[in-house]
Design a protein around this ligand. Structure first.
Ligand SMILES: [Zn+2]
Length: 331
C-alpha cells in the first residue's frame, strides 16, 4: 500500500520577524507574507554561529531583511547568501541583503524559461465560486501589500557564485553541500547541512503541502527524478522554506512520489472518458482543497500532461500547441 501523506503544519511557537533557534546550528526568522501559496510565510534560515550563511533572504519586504540581520550577534557576520531558487518569495531581497552585508550570493543560476504571456491561455474557475467566496478572495487580494502581489519568477537574480550539484560551502562549524533538484523550478538547489545531517529543502519538499510544478520552467519529469534523488541520501530532517521541519523525510518523499503517480493515473482516467481540457476536471480532482489553490493545481496538472504528451501517451486535439487551455485525448 502506498504511504499516506500527512502534512506537517505545526510551526510551533513563533512570532513574525523574531528569530527562533530551532537546532544548535539553525535559526529561523519567518517573514510576514502568509498567503494560500506560502502558508505561514517564507522561513529564512541562518546557519551556524559567527561566520554564518543565510538561506533565502525572502520576498520584497525590507523589514524582513532588517529582522534577519537583527537576529545576529554583534560579532557575527553573513559570509554566504544561499538561494534555493528564483521565486520572488525566496530571492527578491538578495540584493538588499548584499548591500547591508557585502556577502556574495550563491545559487544555480538565473531564472530559466518563462512562459510567454498569453492573456487567453488561462484557466477560469470563477463559475465555481460562490458570491461570498468571490468577494472574500477579491478582498484578500486588495488587502495584500503591493510588494507581495508580484510573487512568481524573480528575473533579476544572478548569483555571484554559481553552484552546481556537489559544491560545498563552509563557515564557522558548518558545511553546506548543494544538491541540484530541478522540478518546481529548473534552478532549484537544496542545501545539505552535514553537521546535523539536515536538508534545507526549499520548495522542492515542503511540510504543509505538495510543491507546485509550473511549466515551462517547472518539469514533472525533473521533479520526480529530483524526489527519487533524495531517497538514498538518508537525511534525518528537512527544513523547508514554508512550513515546519519534516521529521521522517524518506517516508514523506516516498509518499510524494506515490501521490504524483496517483495523480497521473487520475488524469489518464479522466481522459479515458473522452477528450477534455484541464479546467474541466481540476475542480473535481482538487475538490478537497482551497479553491484558490486550483489555479496552481491546474499548472501541476499541465506539467503532468506535458510529461504524458512527451512520452506519447496523450495527444493534443486538433494539433494545437500543448497549452494550459488545449484539449487533450489519450493517444
Ligand atoms: Zn518556489
Amino acid at each position: 500500500m502506498a504511504v499516506q501523506i500527512e502534512h506537517y503544519r505545526d510551526m510551533g511557537e513563533f512570532d513574525y520577524g523574531v528569530v527562533t533557534q530551532v537546532t544548535p546550528l539553525i535559526r529561523r526568522v519567518v517573514c510576514k507574507n502568509p498567503t494560500p501559496f506560502t502558508y505561514k510565510g517564507t522561513g529564512t534560515y541562518i546557519v551556524g554561529q559567527g561566520r554564518v550563511a543565510v538561506i533565502d533572504p525572502g520576498p520584497s519586504l525590507v523589514s524582513h531583511v532588517d529582522d534577519v540581520l537583527a537576529a545576529l550577534g554583534p560579532d557575527e557576520e553573513v559570509t554566504h547568501i544561499c538561494i534555493t531558487h528564483t521565486h520572488s518569495d525566496h530571492s527578491a531581497m538578495t540584493s538588499r541583503m548584499q548591500e547591508l552585508t557585502g556577502a556574495p550570493s550563491y545559487g544555480f543560476g538565473p531564472h530559466g524559461a518563462v512562459r510567454e504571456f498569453d492573456p487567453n491561455d488561462k484557466v477560469d474557475f470563477s463559475n465555481y465560486l460562490t458570491t461570498d467566496e468571490k468577494q472574500k478572495f477579491d478582498q484578500e487580494w486588495d488587502d495584500l501589500p503591493d510588494e507581495l502581489k508580484r510573487e512568481g519568477p524573480d528575473l533579476s537574480f544572478v548569483p555571484d557564485e554559481s553552484v552546481v550539484d556537489g559544491d560545498v560551502m563552509q563557515g564557522d562549524g558548518w558545511t553546506l553541500r548543494a544538491i541540484h533538484t530541478p522540478g518546481h523550478c529548473s534552478n532549484h538547489i537544496c542545501y545539505h547541512l552535514a553537521e546535523e545531517n539536515a536538508l534545507f529543502s526549499g520548495d522542492h519538499v515542503m511540510g504543509w503541502a505538495t510543491s507546485v510544478v509550473g511549466p515551462p520552467d517547472g518539469s514533472m519529469q525533473d521533479y520526480l527524478a529530483s524526489l527519487r534523488k533524495l531517497l538514498p541520501l538518508e537525511h534525518d530532517r528537512y527544513w523547508p522554506t514554508h512550513g515546519p521541519a519534516i521529521p521522517e523525510p524518506i517516508r514523506y518523499v516516498q509518499a510524494f512520489i506515490a501521490h504524483r503517480e496517483d495523480r497521473e493515473a487520475q488524469i489518464m482516467a479522466y481522459l479515458r472518458d473522452g477528450a477534455r481540457q484541464i479546467a474541466d476536471f481540476v475542480p473535481e480532482m482538487y475538490a478537497k482543497y482551497d479553491k484558490r489553490l486550483w489555479y496552481p493545481a491546474a499548472n501541476s496538472v499541465h506539467a503532468h500532461i506535458l510529461h504524458l504528451v512527451e512520452t506519447g501517451r496523450v495527444n493534443v486535439v486538433d494539433g494545437d500547441a500543448p497549452r494550459l487551455t488545449a484539449t487533450y485525448a489519450l493517444a
